[in-house]
Write a protein of this length. Sequence first.
Length: 119
Amino acid sequence: MIYNSKNIFAKILRGEIPNNTVYEDEYVLCFDDVNPQMPIHCLIIPKGAYVNLNDFSRNASDEEIVGFYRAVEKIVEIKKMSGSGYRAIFNTDDHGGQEVPHMHMHILGGEKCPSMIVK
Ligand code: 5GP
């Protein structure tokens, strides 16, 4: 899996493109999606160069993986969704509809999500 460092999230990580930061630590950056699909729609990305969830799960260190998932709960708290709930999505590769080839989790909420569309 070859990581293309010209992708838009790599540019955001390098500070070349602005973002509305929700949370940042040594492992992740979380920012609002530029085209929100729900009242709350943010993206959590690892700071390491991973193409997608497979790449991350296989090649990230245990510390990076734990750091990523620990951040999710903090972001949910910041966005005040811990009581109401939210949806987390990893679009992966072509069939998953992934557009940006830097691993990311969508966090969606702020109102009830529609039913999952599988077809
Ligand atoms: P994917 O389809 O790869 O799972 O999702 C990519 C997401 O990135 C989309 O929801 C899209 O709106 C968002 N996105 C694309 N370019 C930018 C950008 O420059 N800034 C921000 N904040 N979000 C972006």
